[in-house]
Design a protein around this ligand. Structure first.
Ligand SMILES: Nc1nc2c(c(=O)[nH]1)N[C@H]1C(S)=C(S)[C@@H](COP(=O)(O)O)O[C@H]1N2
Ligand SMILES: [Mo]
Length: 319
């Protein structure tokens, strides 16, 4: 049972760049220049669709790409979440059995603040923002998603990782009663994913709590999942119950299951094929069966922001 209370977030712990931006948006909102609580135009259609409670958030224009977002139905109806089945429509059909309250998250390893925290403690200090991100699955399909959440770094810094924290690992809930897919050994449960600490602290790395201005549906990883838009989707663990800082590189579930196919880094890279298919192009979900495939961009289009993280790293070996 969660007992500990997390210390409140201090503005000095929020990434400077991000804090500056947030203050500007809040200020703009106060002056009536931006709607702080209203749903953005793109979400009006989605507002009619079934979904969780409406969230309060600001739109972060710095992270809004110009592509048309996928519909709410596409984003919540075509998913990979093997805990609820391996077909794309299984998670939407089966994830109703997941109970996302009460929920707690255990933090451990190389950090000054460790223990078990309630989801309320975790979420409370973080102002929510909307970011429209490209999402590229290793299976060569993609979407554009208006996520709601907050920078992953802002949460991780609250735990005061030590100088030995070189990696951070995220673990999904293990409970075959709530997650019927875990009754079969499809993957090595629970689902685990990990990042190098500098990747996790990058301003693009996002902790997601909602989509289209509403609380995240279970099939998208409620109550909390990460999204790293420059990496293949499998790096983004859903329904997280454990965060662990470590000195050594942790094993990630997909690399354990098929080390020749899924590496640790999983950066979107059109010039490094998956052993069984090309990564040069992708199919945008919703484009229709005969729609032309589009070229896949290096780092999923975020090369300007993230390429520096991998300088000197052989991206073919470290796929
Ligand atoms: N726990 C868990 N997290 C997961 C997965 C999964 O099967 N289980 N699938 C991954 C893959 S392969 C992708 S592409 C994304 C899909 O996220 P979405 O359904 O929100 O689009 O979730 C990732 N996170
Ligand atoms: Mo994926």
């Amino acid at each position: 049972m969660p007992r500990l209370k997390l210390p409140p977030i201090r503005s000095s712990e929020i990434t400077a760049e991000r804090f500056f931006h947030m203050r500007r948006e809040v200020l703009a909102g106060a002056l009536g220049l931006a709607a702080v609580t209203a749903l953005p135009r793109a979400s009006r259609a989605a507002a009619a669709a079934p979904g969780g409670a409406a969230l309060k958030y600001t739109r972060n224009a710095r992270y809004a790409i110009v592509d048309k977002p996928n519909s709410y139905e596409e984003i919540t109806g075509y998913n990979n979440f093997y805990e609820f089945g391996v077909d794309k429509t299984d998670p939407a059909a089966n994830a109703g059995s997941l109970r996302t309250r009460p929920w707690s998250i255990t933090v451990g390893g190389e950090a000054g603040v460790t223990g078990t925290f309630t989801i309320e403690d975790i979420l409370k200090p973080h102002p929510l923002e909307e970011r429209i991100y490209r999402h590229r699955c290793v299976e060569a399909w993609s979407m554009v998603i208006p996520w709601v959440g907050f920078p992953l770094a802002d949460l991780l810094q609250r735990f005061k990782p030590t100088s030995r924290a070189k990696f951070v690992e995220f673990t999904t809930l293990l409970d075959p009663k709530q997650m019927p897919g875990q009754r079969r050994a499809v993957l090595d449960w629970p689902y685990r994913e990990a990042l190098r600490i500098d990747e996790a602290m990058h301003p693009l790395a996002f902790m997601v709590t909602g989509v289209y201005g509403r609380e995240l549906p279970n099939q998208n990883g409620a109550p909390l999942r990460v999204h790293l838009p420059w990496k293949y989707g499998f790096k983004s663990a859903k329904s997280i119950v454990k965060i662990r800082f470590s000195e050594r590189q942790p094993a990630n579930t997909w690399a354990v299951s098929a080390p020749g196919e899924y590496g640790f880094y999983a950066n979107v890279n059109p010039s490094v094929d998956h052993p069984r298919w090309s990564q040069a192009t992708e199919r945008r979900i919703g484009g229709g069966f005969f729609a032309a495939r589009q070229p896949t961009l290096m780092f999923n289009g975020y090369a300007d922001q993230v390429a520096g993280l991998y300088q000197g790293l052989d991206l073919r070996r470290n796929f």
